[in-house]
Design a protein around this ligand. Structure first.
Ligand SMILES: Nc1ncnc2c1ncn2[C@@H]1O[C@H](COP(=O)(O)OP(=O)(O)OP(=O)(O)O)[C@@H](O)[C@H]1O
Length: 231
């Protein structure tokens, strides 16, 4: 029996000058890790923006289960190198979206949430350091912690490992995988890196020119995306 958190049905998205993809059908099972792969400019970020409801589809449907209100998103963007003078500490950066900043203090429960996520992402010892001075891998872990602190059901990683070296890439994804398995988090990981997708994902969505392939990760072609079967 399947238990999807997200169903995409017959989805087509277009900009005024081009259709990015059409008639896309796939599901994300609750607690699964889905890798979205494909070449530059094929539409991966456009699909994420449509799922995040920042873009309206031309046609088709995106449904969340049991409904949109009950599914909370976490989003980790592509690596952005922050200015070394960036003023917030790692802890304050991670707390940024919590309601305490509107009050402007954190509740006891929010303090605990921040503490727990800093510990989980290995940032506790350096929490007081300015984020701008952190290494690339630490910065990406801080983005991950910020996305996780509100306890999302669905985490979207949009090429979040793209500028990290190999060691840091695997460290970040080990951590995501651990949290996915421990907490039943559902994950969408956008990447160009097929071996990385192979190692961590349960399922894949391969976007290609005018077509796509969706299935269990074992069926994702490793070497040549051009050779992938069409659906
Ligand atoms: N706001 C926009 N207006 C018009 N065209 C757009 C817009 N955003 C993206 N596009 C175009 O849509 C296509 C898909 O872009 P998208 O950024 O989704 O690709 P991608 O697979 O994420 O690429 P990359 O791997 O390089 O990040 C590209 O041709 C891009 O130029």
């Amino acid at each position: 029996m399947t238990d999807p958190i997200l169903t995409v049905h017959d989805l087509s998205v277009a900009f005024p000058n081009q259709t990015v993809f059409k008639h896309l059908d796939f599901q994300l099972e609750r607690g699964h890790f889905l890798s979205v792969v494909g070449e530059n400019g094929i539409g991966k970020t456009t699909l994420m923006r449509t799922i995040l409801q920042q873009l309206k589809p031309l046609s088709g449907e995106i449904s969340f289960h049991p409904n949109r209100k009950t599914v909370h998103f976490g989003y980790v963007p592509q690596f952005r190198n922050l200015d070394r003078e960036y003023p917030l500490s790692i802890r304050d950066f991670v707390s940024l979206n919590l309601s305490g900043w509107k009050l402007p203090w954190l509740s006891q429960q929010e303090h605990q949430q921040v503490h727990q996520i800093l510990a989980q992402t290995g940032l506790l010892k350096i929490q007081k350091q300015p984020l701008g001075m952190a290494s690339g891998g630490q910065k990406q872990r801080a983005y991950l912690a910020q996305a996780l602190v509100e306890r999302p059901d669905l985490l979207i990683l949009d090429e979040s490992t793209a500028s990290l070296d190999n060691v840091m890439k695997y460290e970040l994804l080990d951590l995501v995988k651990q949290i996915q398995q421990q907490q039943g988090l559902s994950v969408i990981f956008v990447t160009h890196d097929v071996p990385l997708a192979k190692q961590y994902a349960d399922d894949f969505l391969l976007l290609k020119n005018g077509t796509y392939q969706f299935g269990p990760i074992a069926q994702l072609p490793v070497n040549d995306l051009q050779e992938a079967d069409h659906v």
